[in-house]
Design a protein around this ligand. Structure first.
Ligand SMILES: Nc1nc2c(c(=O)[nH]1)N[C@H]1C(S)=C(S)[C@@H](COP(=O)(O)O)O[C@H]1N2
Ligand SMILES: [Mo]
Length: 406
């Protein structure tokens, strides 16, 4: 995992996680605003109150007696990708891995609300977790509108990937809001209140808001002019190849995962030329409506420099943008990712062992030299310790001179 913070706990999934159809728990990202609380499963009680006919308190046993549902769902932090925004923004500096895809099991939130006799006056559902804020920081509390709360796929989950919910992910009970940002998937859930209006707390009225459109980079926007982040947007991430990779020509692949929010994922395409032409990728998982799908593109790689990209499109025809619009909190990053790859001719395979042991391609790619200059450069590197087989030296110089020329 990539450690952003140990306390509170904020961990990011590394890129290889996007090759897995279901994210194993030890790779699943963790995002906690406060310290991780311990909620005992035995004494656990979920209080349901507010705009209901009969407030109820339910134990874990009570919940497990209710009809069980299960689904694969991707959860993504609204701030995932924040580190790519320019100008930079405060907040966790996620790269791609503030997202994961798990199999969740539990009960319908709608069934729990019905048990308490939810009234027609209920417009928003407030979730309360057992975590306690640090200092005078506001408590992490989120509401979702009643329509999404009553959706048959909105769940209170006590299992993740067939195991009891792990402590870092909200044991013993958390909210699962398929298609929506991770911020409303409240962990360590102990209270539900039906409200007749949207909650006034910090994390609704100030935090997790988006202007609904891009604004000029660096602009401040009054939170009152913004709306809560709800649905996530269609997105794909390339797990392989890794950026700046150099590899010999031959069969290779481009692969990763793609997902969407309320509007389902429709397709994934791959470009090898920085977005000039696109080829369909194959979806390799069947994780259903709310899960992410792994995808794969078979690439018969011939020598050259490539800008590898993937783009996903949702069922409404909306495709990931090539340039990201800016917003003041760095939410909902979904611009197309670019990975640079260098494919070597077969006779050049010693290049990697000769030249990329001390530094990577970046240092070489930056040069624009004549053949004579490359010859002197290679000889300098050989004096510094580069091992170049005698019969490869001329080849190597030709290769560099052809590729990185003035
Ligand atoms: N009680 C509580 N629930 C919470 C949070 C929190 O800090 N406290 N963080 C939220 C945010 S911002 C995200 S992205 C997800 C992360 O869930 P995970 O740690 O299981 O990946 O939980 C959400 N639920
Ligand atoms: Mo988040």
């Amino acid at each position: 995992m990539i450690f952003h913070s140990r306390k509170p706990e904020d961990l990011e999934m590394p890129l290889d996680g996007f090759l897995q159809a279901i994210t194993p728990i030890d790779l699943f990202y963790v995002r906690s605003h406060h310290y991780t609380p311990t909620v005992e499963a035995e004494s656990f009680s979920l209080k349901v109150s507010g705009e209901v006919g009969t407030p109820v308190a339910l134990s874990l046993k009570d919940l497990k007696k209710m009809p069980r549902i299960e689904l694969v769902g991707v959860m993504e932090c609204a701030g995932n990708g924040r580190s790519f925004y320019s100008p930079r923004l405060p907040g966790l500096q996620w790269s791609h891995g503030g997202v994961g895809n798990a199999r969740w099991a539990g009960v319908r939130l709608a069934d729990v609300l019905k048990k308490a006799g939810v009234k027609a006056s209920a417009k928003h559902i407030l979730f309360d977790g057992a975590d306690v804020p640090v200092g005078t920081m506001p408590k992490f509390q989120r509401t979702i509108p009643i329509k999404k709360a009553l959706d048959p796929d909105t769940m209170l989950a006590f299992e993740m990937n067939g195991q009891p919910l792990p402590q870092s992910h909200g044991a013993p009970l958390r909210v699962v809001v398929p298609g929506w940002g991770g911020d409303c998937w409240v962990k360590w859930l102990t209270g539900i209140q039906a409200l007749d209006k949207e909650f006034e707390g910090f994390f609704m009225k100030t935090g997790y808001r988006h202007p609904g459109k891009g604004v000029p980079p660096g602009t401040a926007v009054d939170p009152a002019q913004m709306k809560p982040v709800e649905s996530m947007r269609v997105k794909s991430v390339i797990a392989t190849p890794k950026d700046s990779i150099v590899f010999p020509q031959g069969m290779s692949r481009v692969a990763g995962a793609a997902w969407s929010g309320e509007v389902p994922l429709a397709k994934v395409e791959v470009s090898l030329d920085g977005g000039r032409s696109w080829n369909p990728a194959r979806l390799t998982s069947s994780n259903g409506r709310w899960g992410w799908q792994t995808w794969d593109y078979a690439w018969n790689a011939t020598p050259g420099s490539y800008r590898v990209q993937a783009r996903a499109t949702d069922a409404s025809g909306y495709t990931q943008p090539s340039e990201q619009e800016w917003n003041p909190s760095g939410y909902l990053w979904n611009a197309v990712q670019t990975v640079r790859a260098e494919v070597l001719p077969l006779q050049m395979t010693s290049y990697r062992s000769s030249c990329l042991g001390c530094h990577n391609e970046d240092l070489i790619r930056g040069q624009k030299l004549t053949r004579a200059q490359w010859e002197r450069e290679v000889e300098k590197m050989m004096r510094w310790g580069a091992q170049v087989p005698a019969e490869q030296k001329a080849n190597l110089i030709d290769y560099l001179a052809a590729r990185y020329k003035p």
